[in-house]
Design a protein around this ligand. Structure first.
Ligand code: GLU
Length: 486
């Protein structure tokens, strides 16, 4: 446990959906905050107006809440250090950048895009490792600057990065990290549209929101030296940094949309349980030091530490996610599954049919060990929801013989005499019939399964009969006889 009360933040740019990498960042921040009795803050970094997407913030919040990650402060959770949307904080960035201009750590730049392009081309021609602004406007006289400002020509504000400096910081996950200031560009802090860039807004807000630990993806590591400079220029205490490993496809390329789903919404729509997704994402770069893989959120809170986050990239293994989904689903009580199944039925083509809870609970207990997703109750055993209209052809060819209809009719006659039969009653009646017919059980059990379910595999035959009930079973057998005849 750490001493001061930690304050951490998840600071997404609203792109329209929550990336699983974003969920991992949010989750680690959340776990860290809860583990250390700190505060978890949501800040929306929406200063890139070109990338503005309608409804993106709402989507993001919905996805995070669905995963069970509750914020202590944020756009719709309140808090004293808001507003928590950067687009509502423009005056704050303006005020701070003026301080940097006064102290000489930032300057106005009036260069046209033509000049900047020419500069870039020239640097490429000279094969310089990276294009950098040449500080041309740093050397403008006070009068020139005043005149340019008064005449309203387009301008940006840049960070004044000194050359030949080492910028060093400690990262909780990576240890000591060192950058050479010669490789750092005079970063734009305020764009020509008056909006701040990520770097300025991020540092100002982390400071004003009293963030103690910045936990974010590795892709931001190369921005950190610029942030370190800003903290130093403002004379502010720096937070601790922790850069989380990259997420990789199984071929170790960077996780991308091209190789599969990356949005939390996609996984939700495909029927993954939030418990499984959160458990899976927690293991993308972290382990407790043993080989345990199945976790609930509260166990993760208890076990999580940044010290146990790996440096090397974490492979996104869909099979593991599927396995975790099956495990989490199986460990749920039948009552919990009932609620999920009812929701699934409501959204399915069976929505207009009424099934009692008692009936669905029987379906659940017979199928529980056979499904990995809630929707598989419908796709693997549709016969519990609707009588079959089709019969598996290969199985018909194999087990439906010319004598089958008569044998099944005899079975129906025996079933008809049963009063409210249990699973065992069905089984005894079945055995009695095959004995009387003097045939092996297999001769009749396969056609019977086909007749009532349309399929050749599934849970125990007599479980299915018991769940469907005598009348329905007899009706289905007769329908199959009519349909398949011979
Ligand atoms: N807005 C950045 C993002 O989209 C935040 C990075 C950070 O946490 O500093 O991920």
């Amino acid at each position: 446990m750490i001493n001061e009360t930690p304050r951490v933040r998840f600071a997404p740019s609203p792109t329209g959906y929550l990336h699983v990498g974003g969920l991992r960042t949010a989750l680690y921040n959340y776990l860290f905050a809860r583990r250390n009795k700190g505060k978890f803050i949501l800040r929306i970094e929406d200063t890139d107006r070109k990338r503005f997407v309608e409804g993106a913030v709402e989507n993001l919040i919905t996805s995070l809440k669905w995963c069970g990650l509750e914020f202590d402060e944020g756009p719709d959770s309140g808090g004293e250090l808001g507003p928590y949307l950067q687009s509502q904080r423009l005056h704050i960035y303006d005020h701070h950048v003026q301080e940097l201009i006064k102290s000489g750590h930032a300057y106005y730049c009036f260069c046209t895009s033509e000049r900047l392009n020419a500069l870039r081309e020239e640097q490429q021609r000279q094969k310089l490792p990276q294009a950098k602004y040449d500080k041309h406007c740093l050397h403008l006289s006070k009068d020139e600057i005043e005149n340019n400002l008064a005449s309203g020509i387009e301008k940006v504000i840049r960070l004044n990065v000194e050359s030949n400096m080492k910028i060093i910081f400690d990262d909780i996950i990576r240890g000591r990290v060192e950058f050479d200031s010669n490789n750092i560009d005079d970063q734009i802090l305020i764009k020509s549209d008056g909006y701040p860039t990520y770097h300025l807004a991020n540092v100002v807000d982390d400071h004003l929101m009293k963030i103690t630990h910045v936990i974010r993806g590795e892709e931001w590591l190369s921005s950190t030296p610029k942030h370190v400079l800003l903290y130093d220029f403002f004379n502010w205490e720096k937070p601790q940094f922790a850069h989380l490993p990259l997420l990789l496809n199984p071929d170790r390329s960077k996780l991308s949309k091209r190789q599969g789903d990356v949005a939390v919404e996609d996984y939700r729509a495909k029927g993954y349980l939030k418990e499984a997704l959160v458990n899976f994402v927690a293991l993308l770069g972290w382990n407790a030091g043993d080989d345990k893989e199945f976790y609930y959120l509260d166990e993760l809170i208890e076990k999580f530490s940044l010290e146990r986050v790996n440096k090397s990239g974490a492979v996104f293994d869909l099979e593991k996610l599927n396995w975790l989904n099956a495990e989490h689903l199986r460990k749920k009580s039948d009552e919990e599954i009932l609620q999920l199944l009812k929701e699934e039925v409501r959204q399915s083509s069976f929505a207009d049919i009424q099934y009692s809870d008692e009936y669905l609970l029987k379906v659940i207990s017979s199928m529980k060990e056979r499904v990995s997703f809630v929707h598989e109750y419908l796709s693997k055993s549709p016969y519990f929801f609707k009588e079959p209209n089709e019969y598996e052809q290969a199985a018909v060819a194999k087990s439906w013989k010319p004598e089958t209809p008569d044998q099944l009719k005899k079975l129906c006659e025996t079933f008809a005499q049963l009063d409210n039969p249990t699973k065992e009653d069905f089984e005894h009646a079945f055995i009695k019939t095959v004995d009387e017919l003097n045939i092996g059980k297999g001769k009749l059990i396969h056609p019977l399964r086909l007749a009532v379910s349309g399929l050749s595999t599934g849970p125990g035959m007599f479980d299915i009969l018991f769940i469907l009930g005598k009348d329905e079973v007899i009706r289905r057998i007769n329908k199959a006889i009519d349909t398949l005849k011979n």
